[in-house]
Design a protein. Structure first.
Length: 357
């Protein structure tokens, strides 16, 4: 920011003393101030920035009004400038629809206007409108993603209501994608939502989907993952997976063709042994009877972390946690698990692909 810009203290800055240390800001931007002679100047300066001030005005305030020496004044201002404590005056408009998200983007070191414009220009295709699709769709739409295509041929069932929270008892029997589109329209009428009640199960089905900035796959069919991956890599289309593996909430990898690893770069999930057809057939029989123990909170974990990574990717703030990684939260043990999904030069699917920006 230029020196003559008017700055204010970011609204997310709080100050507190714990164990004889003053803490400026909390969360990941927390700064510990051990030097007690800085405490008073720092807090007075933070208070001074309740109105727009230039750096020169702030230093003059400390030097003249507070009778603080030059080096202490400079050190105090420097501390406030670290950790995104100061933001441009008028950058925060509490009445703006996206104002709290704007603070989050600022906290992450990004320009809120830039992030919001990118989100508004984005189109996401969601394959699967179940537990994860419900929450990802509404999170992206209310954050200002400009367009969503909701793909699902299923109808709402009573057993869905434990986790597919945008559906009600009155929606049982209705198409999921259409109910979800209706609910999104009630929450952000500026989001352009299209519902596609089709079953996507092969390459032809994938080719029938509109072009987008991101495909988010949250469908039950495990065979679809590799198909979506090869389709997306061939089309230069970013995609990511979000699911649960029993009690583990899983998201990623976020695949950006030509830039990151893809699903086929490494073995990310178990499969049938190709060298033993008899055993493979028996395993297929056992697995055909599998029913996932789907749970509301585990769906929320996977969908919230997947949606945050999707917003990071689309909006250009922070770094998606699932770039080159397939992440999991073990809900019972509260353990974070990460499988490497780094690019392999020998990958049969993506080794020839270069990134087009
Ligand atoms: Zn690959």
């Amino acid at each position: 920011m230029p020196d003559d810009d008017l700055l204010v203290l970011a609204p997310y800055i709080r100050i507190g003393v714990q164990d004889r240390t003053l803490f400026l800001g909390f969360g990941s931007i927390r700064q510990a101030v051990l030097d007690r002679k800085l405490w008073h100047p720092l807090v007075r300066l933070a208070d001074h920035f309740r109105h727009g001030r230039t750096r020169a005005e702030a230093l003059s305030f400390l030097r003249v009004t507070c009778d603080v020496d030059e080096s202490t004044a400079q050190a105090s201002l420097l501390m406030l400038e670290h950790g995104h404590c100061l933001i441009p005056a008028r950058a925060y408009d509490p009445g703006d629809r996206y104002s709290r998200h704007s603070l989050f983007y600022t906290l992450s070191g990004a320009s809120p206007e830039h992030v919001q414009a990118r989100l508004e220009a984005s189109h996401v295709v969601l394959i699967g409108c179940g537990g994860i699709g419900n929450l990802v769709a509404v999170t992206l739409a209310t954050a200002g993603v400009g367009a969503l295509t909701l793909v699902d041929a299923d109808r709402v069932e009573t057993s869905n209501l434990t986790r597919q929270f945008l559906f009600t008892e009155a929606d049982v029997g209705s198409l999921k994608c259409e109910v979800l589109a209706r609910e999104i329209g009630r929450r952000n009428s500026e989001c352009r939502v299209r519902s596609l009640p089709v079953l996507v199960e092969d390459r032809a089905g994938l080719r029938g989907l509109p072009e987008s900035d991101l495909i988010l796959l949250s469908a039950d069919s495990s065979g679809l993952t590799r198909l979506v991956n090869s389709h997306s890599v061939a089309a230069g289309q970013p995609w990511m997976n979000a699911c649960y593996v029993n009690d583990v909430a899983v998201w990623g990898p976020l695949v950006v063709p030509g830039l990151t690893g893809c699903w086929d770069c490494r073995t990310l999930a178990a499969s049938a042994p190709e060298e033993d057809p008899e055993l493979a057939a028996l395993i297929a029989d056992v697995n055909a009877r599998y029913q996932a123990p789907s749970n509301g909170p585990v769906n929320m974990l996977a969908s919230s972390l997947a949606a945050l990574d999707a917003l990071r990717h689309l909006g250009g703030f922070g770094v998606p946690a699932s770039l080159n990684r397939r992440m999991g939260v073990w809900s019972h043990e509260l353990m974070l698990d990460g499988q490497s999904a780094q690019r392999a030069l020998s990958c049969p699917t993506c080794s020839h692909v270069t990134h087009e920006s």
